[in-house]
Ligand binder design. Structure first.
Ligand code: ATP
Length: 681
C-alpha cells in the first residue's frame, strides 16, 4: 500500500512510489478514459474560461479607456503576484506560471477592449490557448514519468520546500513504521551537509518530531545518502525489564539493554572481536538528571553479571542506592572516597599484568577462550610447548558511577593511558556522569571513551554526548531532556553506523525487578567467574585486605564488612577526618611536605628514629586494617594528636616510608598508597 504524509497545506507526499492505480479497470472504456484524461483537463478549462471572459468583458467594456487602464494594471499585478508567490517553487515552474498568467491576462485585456474576434486577437486565442494548455499537459506527463523513475514531483516538492529544490528522492522502501528512500542531491550545488541541516525542516513539513527524520550519508559520495523516516514513536510504550537476555552466555555475546524504535533489540558489545576486526571499548553513560541513567545502568549491569566469564569492579558514591540488590554479584564494590582511589590504583596495576598474561598465552586481545583453563598447546606459557593448564582470565569491567571527581583527580594523562592500555588487557571501563558536559569531563578524557549511551540531556550538551556526525544525521538527545526517560542513542563498535542516529529505549526497572536482581546476584556468586590469580594477585598487592574478590553466597564477607562497618560509623562516603576537605582543592606535593608544616602550628615531641619508624609502621598497619589504603598527611591529624607528634614530623616520615617502599605515590597529588605489609615483606 502507498504511504503518504499530508502537510499543513494539505499537500500529500508519497513516500512509496504508488502502484499505478487500477481505478476504472472494472468500469466502461469511457469511464476509464475520462479517469485518465481528468488530470489534464484544468489547463483546457482555463483556456475556455479565458475565452468566455473575453467575450463577456468585451460586452461590458468595449472601447472604455478607464477599463483599459484597469485591465492592464490588473494584468500586470496578477503576473507580478504569480512571480512572487512562485518564489518557493522550482525555477521552471515559476517561469512557466508567470508566462501563462502574463499571456492569458494580456489576451483577456485585448479581447475585452478590442473584441475577441478583432484583428489577430481570435487567431492568438486559437493558437496560443491550446499551446499554453498543452505545455501544462506535457509538464504533467513528464512529472508522472519522473515519479516512476528517479524522483517524484511530490518528493521534489518536499525537498523544494526545505530549500533543496533540485534534489531527488528515489524509490522508497516501506517497512512497518519505517520508510527509507535514497536521496540524490544536486551535483555541484548541494552536499550531504545541506541535507543534514534540512532534517528539522523536513520533520516540520511532515509534521513529525525531529528525531523521526534521519539521514545517513553515503560514505562514497558527498551528495548521496539515505533518508529514513519513522513516523510513529514506537518507544512511547514503557516496557519493563523481565530478566537477563542470555544467562550464562559469554560477555562477548551482545548485551541487550532495550529496543530501537523499529522494535529491533538495542545491543552493545564490550570486548572486541578479532574476527570482525572490532576492538574492545570503553563506555560513557551520559544523561541529564531524570533521563533514566539509573535504569540504563541497571540494564547494562544485569546483562554483564548474567555472563559467565566476566568480573566487575564497581564504584558508586551514591552508596549503591540503585545497585544494592546486585552488589553481592560484584567482584569488588566501593562506595567512592578512598575505596575508589584504591580501586583506580588497582585497576591501573592489573592492566600490565593482565596484558602480559594474555600475551604469554598467545592472545592479542581477550576472547572468551582466554577465560577457560589453558589446556591447548597453542595457548601455553610453557617454554617446552606443553599445555600449561593456567586458570583462565575472565574479562574485567571497571565501572565508575558519577565519576567526574575521580577522573579529575586522576588527571587526563593518567586516564587516557589507562583507557588505552586496558583495551589490550581484556578490560573495559564504564563511566557515568551526573551531567554530561565538558565542565564535568575534559575533552581528552571524553575522547578516551569511544562508546556512549546518550540519554536525554540539555540541548547545549548534545555535542558532548554524541559525535558531530551522529548529530548531523538527525540525533537530538537534547530534545528529550528528562521528558523521555530511558530514550537513548547508542554509539559503539559493533552497532551498524546507520543505527547511530536511531533512538532506542531501555527497559524500565520497577520494584518487582528487585527480587530478580537478587536472584541474579546469587547466580553470579555461584556460577559467575572468579578473578584469576593474576588479576586477584595484582589487586591484593595494591588494595591489601580491601580486595577480597567475589565471595560465594554463603561466605562471610569480611572485607566488605570492614568497609561497611566503617561506613556505618562515619557516613557512607567520607572519612570523618576528610569531612571538611574540599576534594577539588589542590593538595601539596608529597615532597613539599618535608619542609613545610602542613597542619599549622608545630607541636609535640620528637621521637627517636627507631621509635618514629615503629610508630609510623603501626599507623600504616592500622590504616591497612581499616581498609584505608590511600592516605594523605591530613589523615594523620588525629593520630598526631593522639601520639603528641608534630605534623611536619609526619610529613618527613611519609617521605621516608615512600623511600623504603612502604608507600607509593598515587596519581593524585598529595596522596600516598599504602603498599600492603605482606608485599613489602
Ligand atoms: N526505560 C524507561 N522507561 C520508562 N521509564 C523509565 C525508564 N528509565 C527510567 N525511567 C523512569 O524515569 C525516572 C528517572 O529515572 P532515573 O532516576 O533512573 O534517572 P537518572 O538519570 O538516574 O536521574 P538522576 O541522575 O537524578 O539519578 C524514574 O522514575 C524511572 O523509573
Amino acid at each position: 500500500m502507498a504511504r503518504n504524509w499530508t502537510d499543513q497545506d494539505g499537500r500529500r507526499y508519497p513516500l512509496a512510489v504508488p502502484a499505478d492505480t487500477n481505478a476504472g479497470a472494472g468500469g466502461s472504456v469511457g469511464a476509464y478514459l475520462l479517469h485518465r484524461i481528468k488530470p489534464h483537463l484544468p489547463p483546457w478549462l482555463g483556456v475556455a474560461g479565458a475565452g468566455l471572459a473575453g467575450v463577456l468583458g468585451h460586452e461590458r467594456w468595449a472601447n472604455s479607456a478607464g477599463a483599459g487602464v484597469g485591465l492592464t494594471l490588473a494584468s500586470v499585478a496578477l503576473t507580478g503576484t504569480t512571480w512572487w508567490v512562485g518564489r518557493t517553487t522550482g525555477k521552471q515552474r515559476r517561469l512557466h506560471s508567470a508566462i501563462t498568467v502574463a499571456a492569458g491576462s494580456a489576451w483577456l485585456t485585448a479581447a475585452c477592449l478590442a473584441g475577441p474576434t478583432t484583428g489577430p486577437v481570435d487567431d492568438l486565442y486559437l493558437m496560443g490557448g491550446p499551446g499554453v494548455a498543452l505545455s501544462w499537459n506535457v509538464r504533467m506527463v513528464m512529472r508522472r514519468n519522473e515519479g516512476a523513475g528517479e524522483g517524484s514531483d511530490a518528493d521534489k516538492g518536499l525537498l523544494e520546500k526545505v530549500g533543496l529544490a533540485r534534489a531527488q528522492i528515489g524509490t522508497a522502501k516501506v517497512e512497518p513504521n519505517r520508510v527509507t528512500a535514497p536521496v540524490g542531491l544536486d551535483a555541484g550545488t548541494q552536499t550531504n551537509e545541506d541535507m543534514s541541516k534540512a532534517l528539522s525542516h523536513i520533520a516540520s513539513a511532515l509534521d513529525l518530531p525531529t528525531s523521526a527524520v534521519r539521514y545517513t550519508p553515503d560514505p562514497g559520495s558527498a551528495r548521496r545518502g539515505e533518508l529514513v523516516i519513522v513516523p510513529e514513536d514506537m518507544l512511547a510504550e514503557v516496557v519493563e525489564w523481565e530478566g537477563p537476555s542470555n544467562l550464562g552466555g559469554s560477555i562477548a555475546d551482545p548485551l541487550v539493554i532495550g529496543r530501537y524504535d523499529d522494535g529491533a533489540p538495542l545491543l552493545l558489545w564490550l570486548p572486541g572481536d578479532p574476527e570482525e576486526g572490532r576492538n574492545s571499548t570503553h563506555l560513557l553513560i551520559a544523561g541529564g538528571t531524570g533521563s533514566g541513567k539509573g535504569d540504563a545502568a541497571l540494564n547494562l549491569l544485569t546483562e554483564i553479571l548474567s555472563r559467565r566469564d566476566v568480573i566487575v569492579w564497581f564504584s558508586d558514591p551514591k552508596a549503591f542506592q540503585d545497585f544494592a540488590p546486585l552488589r553481592p554479584g560484584l567482584d569488588w564494590g566501593e562506595e567512592g572516597g578512598a575505596g575508589t582511589e584504591v580501586m583506580v590504583e588497582a585497576f591501573q596495576a592489573v592492566i600490565p599484568d593482565r596484558t602480559r598474561w594474555l600475551g604469554a598465552h598467545g592472545y592479542r586481545q581477550w576472547v572468551p577462550e582466554a577465560a577457560q583453563q589453558q589446556n591447548s598447546p597453542e595457548r601455553t606459557c610453557r617454554d617446552d610447548g606443553r599445555p600449561c593448564g593456567c586458570p583462565g582470565m575472565p574479562f574485567l569491567v571497571g565501572w565508575f558511577e558519577e565519576a567526574a571527581n575521580t577522573l579529575r583527580a586522576l588527571g587526563d594523562d593518567a586516564f587516557t593511558g589507562i583507557a588505552q592500555e586496558a583495551r589490550s588487557a581484556g578490560a573495559a571501563l564504564i563511566v557515568s556522569l551526573q551531567r554530561p558536559s565538558y565542565d564535568q569531563m575534559s575533552t581528552s578524557t571524553r575522547a578516551s571513551l569511544p562508546s556512549v549511551i546518550a540519554l536525554g540531556c540539555d540541548a547545549r550538551d548534545e555535542g558532548f554526548s554524541l559525535p558531530d556526525t551522529v548529530l548531523a544525521a538527525g540525533a537530538h538527545p537534547g530534545e528529550w531532556g528528562n521528558r523521555r526517560p530511558g530514550y537513548c542513542y547508542c554509539v559503539s563498535p559493533g552497532i551498524p553506523e546507520d543505527r547511530y542516529p536511531s533512538p532506542g529505549r531501555t527497559w524500565r526497572f520497577t520494584g518487582r525487578a528487585v527480587s530478580v536482581m537478587e536472584l541474579l546476584a546469587t547466580w553470579s556468586q555461584r556460577n559467575g567467574a572468579k578473578a584469576d590469580p593474576v588479576t586477584a594477585g595484582s589487586a591484593a598487592r595494591i588494595a591489601g585486605q580491601l580486595y577480597t574478590g567475589r565471595t560465594g553466597p554463603d561466605a562471610d564477607q569480611t572485607a566488605l564488612s570492614v568497609v561497611e562497618d566503617d561506613d556505618m560509623d562515619n557516613g557512607p562516603h567520607v572519612d570523618p577526618e576528610d569531612a571538611d576537605i574540599d576534594p577539588e582543592a589542590e593538595l601539596p606535593e608529597p615532597e613539599q611536605g618535608d619542609d613545610t608544616p602542613i597542619f599549622g602550628q608545630e607541636s609535640g615531641r620528637k621521637p627517636s628514629p627507631e621509635e618514629a619508624r615503629r610508630l609510623l609502621d603501626d599507623a600504616l598497619a592500622e590504616f591497612e586494617d581499616e581498609g584505608r589504603m590511600i592516605v594523605g598527611p591530613k589523615d594523620f591529624t588525629d593520630w598526631c594528636d593522639r601520639n603528641s607528634l608534630s605534623r611536619s614530623w609526619v610529613s618527613k616520615r611519609l617521605k621516608e616510608a615512600a623511600q623504603e617502599g612502604r608507600l607509593e605515590p598515587t596519581s593524585s597529588t598529595g596522596r600516598w598508597r599504602i603498599v600492603p605489609a605482606l608485599t613489602v615483606a
